[in-house]
Design a binder for this molecule. Structure first.
Ligand code: HEC
Ligand code: HEC
Length: 365
């Protein structure tokens, strides 16, 4: 199946929601429609387009702040996100202040299969966490306990490099406001780090919330994004060659599976598309310190923590790691430290043939 298609077996009604969602996802917005004052892109698909709409792009965005000698993180100018652009009125361009000593880049995360990840129960993720390393394997994943903005309830985050959201509705609404400057029912206020409220008011051409129900469908932009991402199918892995099948065994033997858990199951639900389905994502959706942390504290995540990325669709995306610093899977593996020290050492100790087999496996995902 081609990347970008909806899940197999959705109803006609669900397909219509997917189609409307795709339409909004590729729409390009302008200032009169609410874009800005500060923004990173003019539409979702500006950054989520490769190898199909919903994927990634080489764009990276910037977060910044200050870490003191004790390791406490301080937010500067009210927000950690510093958007790349602003609408023509330079007063509202976020500028990284000189006090900042942490500047972090983040690349997009592909959305293929996101609806299946959303359908995994909080309890399933909680069941995997081992914050105090009880089993003494050097790995201490933590579930991200966050408050869901739509319901006000405590949930387990799973989306974003910091596992900062639990639902696609919340993430899409956050992105609409943060990435595009389009305020909505869940995120009512414009953000532009370091810009004072009066100035921001002068740059904001449209009353907030800028997103609302569309005539005809009654659906908001954020409802449409949710539907598109929910029904977007995962990228299927390629049939494994003999070499790749050997690599899969090594992936397990080296302990990569302790964090890149091959399969999780969705919760029981009425909708058979999401009911107790296998999700072959290769992630525990937990926060770990693998020595690559970006220095930014966000929601439940500490400065040194990153949520294990899913590895499905790995062959169709580059660069790798949260900041795009790895060009190849091998470089990404060699960057693993701290909790993943033993796994990386195991990789380094492989024979050349074994290493090739492991990489062949990753390149089939
Ligand atoms: C400027 C580029 C850019 C634009 C525009 C953008 N995104 Fe993203 N997207 C990103 C980046 C970067 C991340 C990772 C952010 C992070 O975790 O801090 C991301 C992550 C996500 C995720 C998390 C996926 C996962 O599995 O963890 C979702 C969902 C998402 N974006 C949806 C959207 C939607 C919906 C829109 C449009 C309203 C949008 N994005 C617009 C760059 C962008
Ligand atoms: C302790 C948990 C843990 C273990 C063990 C682990 N990883 Fe990871 N892996 C992570 C985290 C967390 C990241 C994200 C790091 C970042 O982006 O800064 C990651 C990133 C990756 C990536 C890049 C994915 C992407 O989308 O950017 C690859 C490839 C990868 N790991 C493969 C492996 C392999 C192969 C092994 C075994 C040799 C392994 N990992 C062991 C947690 C782990």
């Amino acid at each position: 199946m081609q990347p970008g298609n909806p899940l197999v077996g959705i109803t006609a009604e669900e397909f219509e929601r997917f189609r409307l969602g795709l339409e909004d996802f590729v729409e390009v917005e302008n200032a009169a429609e609410g874009l800005g004052p500060a923004y990173n892109g003019t539409g979702c698909s500006a950054c989520h387009n490769s190898p199909a709409i919903g994927g990634i792009s080489p764009v990276s965005e910037i977060r910044a702040g200050r870490l003191d000698a004790e390791g406490n993180f301080e937010v500067l100018g009210g927000h950690t996100l510093f958007q790349l652009f602003s609408i023509p009125n330079h007063a509202c361009q976020p500028i990284i202040p000189p006090e900042a000593n942490v500047i972090a880049k983040r690349i997009p995360i592909p959305l293929f299969g996101a609806g299946l990840i959303e359908a995994i129960a909080d309890e399933t993720i909680l069941g995997l966490e081992d914050p105090d390393d009880q089993d003494n394997n050097g790995i201490s994943g933590r579930a991200a306990r966050i408050i869901d903005v739509a319901t006000g309830r405590e949930r387990i985050g799973r989306f974003g490099w910091k596992a900062q959201h639990a639902t696609l509705l919340a993430f899409g609404a956050d992105a609409y406001r943060n990435e595009m400057g389009i305020t909505n029912d869940l995120f009512m206020e414009e953000v532009a780090a370091g810009v004072d409220p009066e100035t921001l008011e002068l740059c904001d051409l449209r009353p907030d919330p800028e997103d609302g129900p569309e005539p005809g469908t009654g659906l908001r932009g954020i409802d449409n994004f949710e539907a598109f991402m929910k029904f977007l199918a995962p990228i299927e892995k390629e049939p494994l060659t003999e070499e790749a099948a050997w690599g899969e065994q090594l992936f397990s033997l080296l302990g990569c599976v302790a964090c890149h858990v091959p399969v999780l199951y969705t919760a029981p639900t009425e909708n058979r598309i999401f009911n107790e389905r296998e999700v072959r994502l290769f992630s525990d959706l937990l926060l770990h310190d693998v020595g690559t942390g970006d220095g930014i504290a966000q929601e439940a995540a500490l400065p040194n923590e990153i949520r294990t990325p899913s590895l499905w669709g790995l062959r169709l995306r580059r660069p790798l790691l949260h900041n795009g610093s790895a060009a190849t899977p091998e470089q990404a593996i060699r960057a693993h430290k701290s909790e993943a020290e033993a796994a990386r050492k195991g990789f380094e100790d492989l024979s050349e043939q074994e290493r090739a087999a492991l990489l062949a496996f990753l390149n089939a995902l």
